[in-house]
Design a protein around this ligand. Structure first.
Ligand code: 5GP
Ligand code: MN
Length: 342
């Protein structure tokens, strides 16, 4: 990290700190935020995690969760907390628009911004930066940061559980390419702190509601389309279908891995109509995954106002669900050769 000593110096005094992350935070966003939060509290700082939106129920067990302020539920408190901050840690994103409704107050703030992130192609809005696209997760970077501060001994079970959750979720339970030997070493160190991996894995992975499980079944049986000539498979879901299954935040998490786990599929897409009821503005969310050299980051970055990583990326579209799907499928011929080479 550049200018680490300067940041260290600033943090020598107790500070008012806000930690925030991308909207609809996932396991890594929340795990890294709460891991850092628990560490900063232990160091004597006044730290608050402010989330731009709600997040899945299966993340709500993490130590420190009860103190998280949700901008959607309490905009006034969120904005006041951000305004009062001397330092804002921005975790697991690198474009300010990913802050959703929290964007304006963070942008207007005089606080020092610390970006800690592992996505490609960061924007320039920070004062301190730890941006490592090869890292498995932001939680891995928080672990590195604590060690850079010389504070390994501060890592207790609470911090370890949060960081382990972040690393586990962003590596797909230690199976993506980003799972380096170093990642396993860190996981081992966290286990030594007493992390119960059955508990963590169970809390996050094995807490499907019946509706969510049946929705997965419905999508796999009725909605999955496979295009063998492009080694591609996709699921496109309408707003009506989402409503019919009473889906909650986080209930579609992991669904895109099913088309990707088909033999001979290198590129998977989950396309969901997230248009709010009564809204005139269509909002389609794309979740793309790939294996091998094919970059879904290129697709979301060039065509869908998004970003992410080479093999896992997301974006948005304001076209209808059908037109968004068509736009995506129309791109396939130009990538046909690449999709068929490895
Ligand atoms: P997911 O498909 O699970 O929502 O996201 C996959 C990856 O792409 C994650 O690393 C996520 O942070 C990133 N991502 C998802 N949606 C967006 C988006 O709209 N914009 C950008 N820049 N990145 C996104
Ligand atoms: Mn992440």
């Amino acid at each position: 990290m550049e200018r680490l000593d300067e940041l260290k110096e600033i943090l020598k005094k107790p500070r008012r700190i806000v930690i925030t992350m991308h909207q609809k935070p996932d396991g890594d966003a929340l795990g890294s935020a709460l891991g850092l939060h628990n560490y900063l509290i232990k160091k004597g700082h006044d730290s608050t995690v402010v989330t731009p939106t709600d997040y899945p129920q299966f993340l709500k067990w993490m130590p420190g969760n009860d103190s998280v302020v949700d901008y959607e539920k309490d905009p006034e408190k969120s904005v006041k907390t951000v305004e009062a901050a001397e330092i804002i840690f921005c975790l697991d994103f690198n474009k300010l628009n990913r802050l959703g409704g929290l964007f304006e107050s963070v942008e207007a703030s005089d606080a020092k911004i610390v970006m800690i992130d592992h996505h490609l192609d960061p924007d320039d809005y920070d004062d301190f930066r730890m941006s490592v696209p090869t890292a498995s997760s932001t939680a891995e970077l928080i672990y590195d940061l604590i060690l850079l501060f010389g504070d390994e001994s501060f890592i207790d079970l609470d911090i370890a559980e949060c960081l382990y959750s972040g690393i586990m979720t962003d590596t797909g339970s230690f199976r993506f390419n980003s799972t380096t030997p170093k990642v396993h070493m860190i996981a081992a160190e966290l286990l030594k702190k007493g992390v119960d991996l059955n508990k963590v894995h169970g809390n996050i992975m094995d807490t499907f509601s019946e509706a969510r499980m049946r929705f997965f079944g419905y999508c796999i049986k009725e909605k999955l389309t496979i295009l063998p000539e492009y080694r591609m498979a996709y699921i496109a879901v309408s707003a009506e279908e989402i409503r019919k299954y009473y889906l909650k935040t986080g209930d579609t998490e992991g669904l895109v891995n099913y088309p990707l786990s088909l033999d001979n599929v290198k590129f998977a897409a989950l396309i969901i109509d997230r248009t709010l009821p009564g809204s005139k503005e269509t909002l389609i969310k794309l979740s793309l995954r790939s294996t091998g050299s094919f970059s879904v980051y290129e697709i979301t970055h060039k065509y869908f106002n998004g970003g992410g990583h080479k093999n896992a990326a997301g974006g948005i579209s304001s076209l209808s669900l059908e037109d968004t799907l068509k736009k995506l499928l129309d791109l396939l011929p130009q990538y046909k050769e690449q999709l068929n080479t490895d």
